[in-house]
Design a protein around this ligand. Structure first.
Ligand code: ATP
Ligand code: BTN
Length: 320
């Protein structure tokens, strides 16, 4: 694995605020000013806005609170790994499911190959958002995984509401929306079966304070900072709340399945009662969204009456 310790040390200093000259940084880290300047370029390539003022030095364009493993493990125990620079937290856990305990978590500050459904890119700039994955051994097996991924979305939105962050909605099957823009995505992936049980990795990417200039996102997106009326969000506390919520939701699902769940989903459905289309490969079906059913299928009222659709290859889009 590449050593990113110098860049991370620079970020630690810059995240304390103020200007820091190349000379000061070089002295503190025992390297030349030229080397600092190269590392700064590398940090900028991770999506961090840093500017330089002649005679003053470098400063972060926006304040940044780094994740802190000590704070996380104090609340969550030692089943949490923080790997600041990673390809994908989901891939990391998938690669080692055999050595993990159910509930193990991996968090990152930056993902070089963050991914969404069907291999699409999840844009993951450093320090701006939340990227987390949890391993879960689902005794009910693969067939239950679809329901589980819906339950997780509802639990996350309800937890945000409890924190006073209102107005976040769901888009079937796995997205969190705010004011019709994508705030977060959930990706459930499987790594074979252990007997009857399924090895699942549940990943969530949630935008917190992503820069407006972020490149590469092909649809409208939102950040939790807006939901919070631009008040500071403590990233460590948020990570702790999200991980605790995931844990609780997964345990709950194993005990109770989808019972009583349909109404909870429908209350939060961003598209309920609206004209939408479902895209399934070359096929498109239009109708009015009517929430979900007990199996977790999306319901559409079409010219043929009420129809239900389920499966990983379906994408829902507004149809204006
Ligand atoms: P689907 O309904 O099929 O899930 P989707 O467009 O939401 O459709 P996903 O695979 O779920 O697709 O998510 C990946 C997409 O999300 C990318 O193609 C990109 O447009 C968008 N995206 C990538 N990074 C982010 C991000 N940080 N915040 C918001 N949206 C993002
Ligand atoms: C989607 O909307 O399609 C799901 C996006 C999931 C992104 C998260 S970020 C943490 C985890 N690691 C990944 O590579 N993807 C998920």
């Amino acid at each position: 694995m590449k050593d990113h310790s110098v860049k991370l040390s620079i970020l630690k200093i810059l995240s304390q605020g103020g200007f820091h000259s190349g000379e000061e940084l070089g002295e503190r880290l025992g390297i030349s000013r030229a080397a600092i300047s190269k590392h700064i370029q590398g940090i900028q390539a991770w999506g961090v806005d840093i500017f330089r003022v002649q005679g003053k030095g470098y400063q972060l364009a926006k304040p940044m609170q780094l994740l802190d493993h000590e704070i996380l493990s104090r609340s969550l125990g030692n089943n949490v790994e923080l790997i600041p620079i990673i390809d994908s937290t989901n891939q990391y856990l998938l690669d080692k499911v055999d050595s993990l305990e159910s509930g193990a978590v991996c968090l990152a500050e930056y993902q070089a190959k963050g991914r969404g459904r069907r291999g699409r890119e999840w844009v993951s700039p450093f320090g701006a958002n939340l990227y987390l994955s949890m391993y879960w051994r689902l005794d009910a097996g693969m067939a239950a995984a679809m329901g589980l991924s819906l339950v997780v979305g509802v639990a996350i939105v309800e937890a945000l509401e409890e924190m006073g962050l209102a107005g976040v909605k769901l888009k079937w099957p796995n997205d969190l929306y705010y004011q019709d823009r994508k705030l977060a995505g959930i990706l459930v992936e499987m790594s074979g079966q252990a007997g009857a049980a399924a090895n699942l990795v549940i990943g969530m990417g949630m935008n917190l304070m992503m820069s407006e200039n972020t490149q590469g996102i092909t649809q409208p997106w939102a950040s939790l900072f807006e939901v919070a009326n631009r008040q500071h969000i403590d990233r460590n506390q948020l990570a702790i709340t999200m991980i605790t919520t995931l844990h609780r939701a997964l345990n709950d699902y194993e005990l109770h399945g989808m019972a009583g769940f349909v109404e909870r989903w429908n209350r939060l459905d961003n598209f309920i009662g609206r004209q939408v289309k479902l895209i399934m490969g070359p096929r498109e079906i239009s109708g009015v969204a009517r929430g979900i059913n007990e199996q977790g299928a999306v319901l559409l009222e079409t010219g043929n009456g009420m129809e239900s659709f389920i499966g990983g290859e379906i994408s829902l889009r507004p149809n204006s």
